[in-house]
Write a protein that binds this ligand. Structure first.
Ligand code: KG4
Ligand code: ZN
Length: 353
């Protein structure tokens, strides 16, 4: 029985959890900063690090207390090393180092994207996942399509060339005057809207497995904002603080935008799954909470589609503890002078140096 403490602080969630054998959540504590960032319409890095500093000790203590096993029973301390906001990552990594030093337990620095992948191993603890599988990670910072051939073995098929899927949701949400984060609020508005009301571009409809969402975002902005006219009398692009036209339906725009974005994600994911002969499709990351994405992928794929329960879609410590279990078994141990990796792609040799 291997108990791993997983600590996550890469963005705006301070989280810690204890996970047994990479599959069972023993405790799971998440302190979100959503209210703190809401008034800025996005994550404000300085505030995020400060809030992590304030929360981390209580969050980790609570995760250990809830687990009811005591610190001595832990086999390892895992922490998100990257990718993410540098100041936020440093808080978790430094805290984990202190704890590892104080307890003598091994330290493991874990890739945040790999954490999202392993949230799927927590959702149905007794079901075996047979490789190869196709993984679509869609979060606020990433959109990655990966062929996972074994534990720790990834081939990157494609990803976003500009905005991440969650970032596009958040930016469009801001333009529509919806509260932060945009994703869940656009989903809610879309449920009351007509997805065919606007014909937004489904960008990057090519043979590649790459995505591009900034054109879609700009198209939405142009459609919904009052055109700005320059001194030369010509129309200009959307400004920083755009004014929304009074004659648009927010629900219809939300539904049409969501439909365009989900359509591209689903089309490429289904095609990649066919081409690579995988056993199933795994959906992970904050945007995997989106029910339109879940349903459409299930409807359009002949293969099983799995996604985490809602509380494991967005950032949490349990996914870090789960990913760490397989790394721990494979012999990974990080040094106490480990640095953070704000840009850290998930590849098969991600942990090799
Ligand atoms: O995975 P996550 O918690 O953080 C990152 O690693 O980035 O993902 C957060 C992102 C945000 O952009 C948020 O708007 C999006 O996930 N999100 C959603 C939904 N719930 C969260 N997007 C679409 N529909 C949702 N229901
Ligand atoms: Zn994340």
């Amino acid at each position: 029985m291997t108990y791993i403490l997983g600590i996550e602080s890469s963005c705006d969630e301070t989280a810690a959890a204890v996970v047994l054998d990479g599959r069972t959540i023993v405790s799971n504590i998440i302190a979100t900063q959503i209210d703190l960032h809401a008034r800025y319409g996005g994550v404000f890095p300085e505030l995020a690090s400060r809030a992590h500093v304030e929360a981390i000790s209580a969050v980790v203590d609570q995760a250990i207390t809830d687990a009811g096993i005591g610190c001595d029973k832990l086999d390892a301390i895992a922490v998100t090393r990257g990718p993410g906001l540098v100041g936020s990552l440093l808080v978790g990594v430094n805290y984990a180092k202190g704890l590892a030093l104080a307890t003598g337990k091994p330290l493991l620095g874990i890739n945040h994207l790999e954490g999202h992948v392993y949230s799927l191993w927590l959702s149905e603890p007794h079901r075996e996942i047979v490789f190869p599988v196709l993984v679509l990670i869609v979060s606020g910072g990433h959109t990655e399509l990966l062929l996972m051939k074994n534990h720790g073995e990834y081939e990157r098929l494609g990803g976003t060339l500009d905005d991440a899927a969650g970032e596009a949701f958040d930016k469009v949400g801001r333009v529509l005057g919806l509260p932060f984060p945009g994703g869940p609020n656009i989903e809610r508005a879309a449920q009351m809207g007509n997805a065919t009301a606007y014909n937004f571009p489904r960008s990057k409809r090519d043979e590649s497995y790459d995505f591009s969402f900034s054109g879609l975002k700009t198209a939405v902005m142009r459609e919904v904002t009052v055109p700005q006219v320059g001194p030369d009398g010509k129309k200009r692009g959307p400004e920083k603080n755009p004014k929304i036209r009074s004659d648009i339906s927010v629900n219809d725009v939300a539904a049409s935008f969501q439909d365009a974005l989900v359509g591209v994600l689903v089309e490429k994911t289904v095609r990649a799954a066919k081409e690579h002969n995988v056993t199933e499709i795994l959906l992970a990351g904050g945007v995997s909470a989106n029910s339109a994405l879940r349903h459409r992928l299930r409807a359009e794929s002949a293969l099983p589609v799995r996604y985490p329960p809602l509380n494991l879609c967005t950032d949490n410590g349990a996914m870090i503890g789960a990913a760490a279990y397989y790394r721990y078994e494979a012999g990974l141990r990080s040094d106490l002078d480990m640095d953070v990796k704000p840009m850290w792609p998930l590849t098969s040799d991600a942990y090799s140096e």
